[in-house]
Design a protein around this ligand. Sequence first.
Ligand SMILES: [Zn+2]
Length: 192
Amino acid sequence: MPEQQVSPEQLKALQEKIKQMSPEELKEFQKKQCVFCQIVAGKIQSRKIFEDENVLAILDINPANPGHILLLTKEHYSIMPQLPDDEIAHVFMAAKSLSNSMLRGIEVQGTNIIVANGVAAGQRAQHFMAHIIPRKENDGINFVLPQNSMQQAEIEAVGNKLIAALGGTPKEAEKESKGINLDEISKILGAR
Ligand SMILES: [Zn+2]
């Protein structure tokens, strides 16, 4: 199917228009473009599982496993940092009861609760959501996280950056590693 062509001029005009929008206008514009806002508004059909004043839980139409739920905020937020604290608290309380409903209602053995926060993390939709995925042993889903080895000093350094970002006081860096350095030992042994 031929894609709708947008000329460079049209694109530039649109970018200019977006730049001049107030935050409220920008949000309205984003909402109009957002499939999940259309679902929240009832303009696109979905299989609703749960709803309250803040969130809407629907079944994923392309589930990782049967019962895979998308938990959406009713308000349009692109990424997690935009959510007020009480809303994020509410999202995870809802995630907990939806997860429990899976354990009780569809005889699964576990659940994964996933938020892809940003494109680098695999976020595809522009609307904040949490995935709640029912799990059974040997169900073919594998979240294999690499287990890299890292020097203690590097672990300390990254930990200190995170503590500082949270407003805490980083630990004083150790002057010298007290651990046994295998590289140094093999160098000494090799030199003999
Ligand atoms: Zn939206």
